[in-house]
Ligand binder design. Structure first.
Ligand SMILES: NC(=O)c1ccc[n+]([C@@H]2O[C@H](COP(=O)([O-])OP(=O)(O)OC[C@H]3O[C@@H](n4cnc5c(N)ncnc54)[C@H](O)[C@@H]3O)[C@@H](O)[C@H]2O)c1
Length: 309
């Protein structure tokens, strides 16, 4: 039997995630939204691309959680996105209300599912989903680090004129201005980038990474990035569905790892059939640890505002 992935929120990120899942023939997809007609229309349109793409996936659009029953994975993209001049944190109150109602219905329909949270502000929304679901931390994971490190990898590959496939990059911390790109652990074909790029230039690439979302919002004016964010969420979906044991930077609920407790923060995670299977702890310098703590502190403030600290 095919796997089933529900995507809640059929806007830019949600619909494009459905597209990537179908293109990779990973699972049947249920696209859900509060707006009547939008998920139905997008799902039918995508379904009609399947004969051309030679993919056997069923894609259903709905407004009814009954159709999402027994999903293997639920990706939550519901909420509002940033407009120019807005920070991710500006979305807090609206999206936390949406998250509470969505999670309740997701859990009722799919009590054994694994939730991947995409809505912003990411770390606080992952924490809200975790608290509202009552799930163990293994089954509520936030997507941010895969996107942030993909942005860093893109800039490094362009800088050195090498294949993106040769570049691995490491980003820790919350999904916001306080994220911590770790150049020390980023490599090109195994060579640390600190040996290939001058420190000042590297700082510029790190800063462009931390502001990568805002750069796209500024271009688009009416919304935020969605191709890379949805591809990033689907990389996590694939790692789980195929039990790949893949190490990816994700927002996970820390219980003492990295000296942080009771909070979602971006760290290297192993994803497999059980969801979050392991948090990988690496040795940080005092400066990196302080940057991670600062990032965690800002996540904690947001969580306190919405009562999920
Ligand atoms: N984690 C990341 O790295 C990352 C990256 C990009 C975007 N995002 C976030 O993802 C979210 C979605 O972005 P987008 O560009 O797709 O926005 P969008 O406005 O295109 O789509 C959001 C969709 O959610 C739907 N929605 C609203 N309330 C709902 C509810 N209660 N139930 C079901 N659906 C509901 C809307 O009708 C809309 O179709 C935003 O919060 C954005 O900030 C996160």
């Amino acid at each position: 039997m095919r796997k089933k992935v529900t995507i809640v929120g059929s806007g830019n990120v949600g619909a494009t995630a459905a597209h990537w899942i179908a293109a990779k023939e990973l699972a049947d997809v249920v696209l859900l939204d509060v707006v009547e007609g939008v998920p139905q229309g997008k799902a039918l349109d995508l379904l009609q691309a399947m004969p051309i793409e030679k993919r056997d996936c069923n894609i259903l659009g709905t407004n009814d959680y009954a159709d999402t029953a027994n999903s293997d994975i639920v990706v939550i993209t519901a909420g509002i996105a940033r407009k120019p001049g807005m920070s991710r944190d500006d979305l807090l109150n609206t999206n936390s209300g949406i998250m509470a109602s969505v999670v309740k219905q997701v859990v009722a329909a799919s009590p054994d599912t694994i939730i991947i949270v995409v809505s912003n502000p990411l770390d606080a929304m992952a924490q809200a989903a975790f608290k509202h679901s009552g799930f163990p931390r293994e089954r509520v994971i936030g997507m941010a680090g895969v996107l942030d490190s993909a942005r860093f990898r893109t800039f490094i590959a362009a800088e050195l004129n090498v294949s993106v496939e040769n570049v691995t990059a490491f980003v820790l911390g919350g999904h916001g201005d306080t994220m911590v790109p770790l150049s020390r652990y980023s490599t090109v074909a195994g060579i640390p980038i600190t040996e290939l790029i001058e420190p000042l230039r590297l700082k510029e690439l790190e800063s462009r990474t931390a502001n990568g979302g805002a750069e796209i919002v500024k271009h688009l004016k009416t919304g935020s990035a969605y191709y890379a964010p949805s591809a990033a969420a689907v990389e996590m979906v694939e790692a789980i569905l195929k039990d790949k044991k893949k190490i990816l930077p994700c927002a996970a609920y820390l219980q003492g790892e990295y000296g942080i407790s009771g909070l979602y923060v971006g760290v290297p995670c192993k994803l497999g059939a059980k969801g979050l299977e392991q948090i990988i702890e690496i040795k940080l310098t005092a400066e990196e640890q302080a940057a991670l703590q600062k990032s965690a502190d800002s996540v904690k403030e947001l969580c306190a505002v919405i009562g999920v600290a």
